[in-house]
Design a protein around this ligand. Structure first.
Ligand code: 5GP
Ligand code: MN
Length: 312
């Protein structure tokens, strides 16, 4: 059994599929589980049609990918079950399995898996390579996040050599989007607010309905907010139900939002984190803005423009 996290992103689906297909190719009987299915953006990946929402077969070995805690598997495991293997790269990982392979230097879980598949001499087919490169490309937003390493580029190069078409995967996962998604952005951008170095907006259930956008995420609007010059932290509040709100944070290098996300029951990376709160939209906004302002009060200011790092 291979499982990824709820509300899957490119690394979740890419890791699930990349590892699942390699194990299948090696002759294992594999069930790939994504509790929330496969978003439209990743349905072009070969093999994605094999992914199911709940385990259907009994399993004798379980692998959880890209999840920092067991809750992220959305109730895939019966209470009290300890998965066999946890493969992840989040600083907030709770080492919840029998064996925990957590590499904080990896830019994506897919980067760890690409190397592991090579080390274990598992067959790397083109569909596996495409899935893993999708994970790498999406978690690094096209190789541009501050945690990028030469190693990640080497892994990407090897996946290209194994048949993955970088330009096409990049286009499918990061450039193209549905008309509905852009209309949803328009709703969110229309409500954009800023206080000091924080910018935020909200996406309500009504916005989702009005625009015909079907997923319960932010359609990557957060990256638009994070691009604002005057801003150190961008936040998007996505209403899930009347008393449930998903929060996404993005921070400039040097600011760590992962601890705050974890305090609120979520998790993630220093520069990109999320959480889900059992509150109304208004309550969530009030709490999260206050907490975010508090961390900005104690961190060092954003690097001055044109400052040249010592090691260049
Ligand atoms: P996003 O804001 O795109 O949903 O997520 C940013 C990062 O935080 C991703 O690495 C994602 O896996 C993690 N993350 C988002 N929401 C949650 C959450 O509710 N719990 C945990 N543990 N991690 C989250
Ligand atoms: Mn990831």
């Amino acid at each position: 059994l291979v499982v990824c996290h709820i509300r899957p992103d490119g690394d979740a689906i890419g890791s699930l599929l990349g590892l699942g297909l390699a194990l299948e190719e090696a002759g294992k009987q594999v069930e790939m589980v994504s509790p929330d299915g496969v978003p439209l953006t990743y349905q072009h990946l070969a093999g994605s049609e094999k992914i199911v929402r709940r385990p259907k077969m009994p399993f004798d070995f379980s692998i959880v990918v890209d999840c920092s805690d067991l809750g992220r598997t959305g109730g895939t495991f019966a209470a009290g079950t300890v998965p066999d293997l946890n493969i992840d790269h989040h600083i907030t990982n709770e080492n919840f399995a029998q064996i925990n392979l957590v590499d904080l230097q990896a830019t994506a879980t897919a980067e760890i898996l690409a190397e592991l598949i090579h080390l274990l001499d598992l067959p790397m087919t083109q569909p596996s390579a495409e899935a893993l490169l999708t994970g790498l490309v999406t978690d690094t937003i096209g190789f541009r996040t501050s945690n990028m390493t030469p190693h990640a580029l080497r892994v990407a190069a090897s996946l290209m050599e194994e048949g993955a078409d970088l330009a096409e995967l990049y286009r499918q996962s990061l450039v193209q989007r549905s008309y509905e998604a852009v209309r949803y952005w328009a709703e969110g951008l229309g409500k954009l607010e800023r206080s000091g170095r924080i910018a935020w907006t909200t996406l309500t259930l009504a916005d989702r309905k009005a625009t015909g956008y079907t997923s319960s995420d932010d359609a990557d609007l957060i990256n638009v907010l994070a691009s604002i010059n005057e801003v150190d932290v961008a936040i998007v509040f996505i209403e899930q139900s009347r008393k449930r709100v998903k929060i996404s944070w993005r921070a400039r290098p040097g600011i760590d939002v992962s601890g705050l996300a974890r305090q609120l029951g979520g998790g993630g990376h220093p520069a990109a984190a999320g959480a889900e709160l059992e509150r109304t939209l208004e309550q969530a906004i009030e709490l999260v803005l206050a907490r975010t302002e508090a961390i900005l009060g104690v961190v060092s200011p954003a690097p001055i423009k044109n400052e040249i790092p010592e090691n260049t």
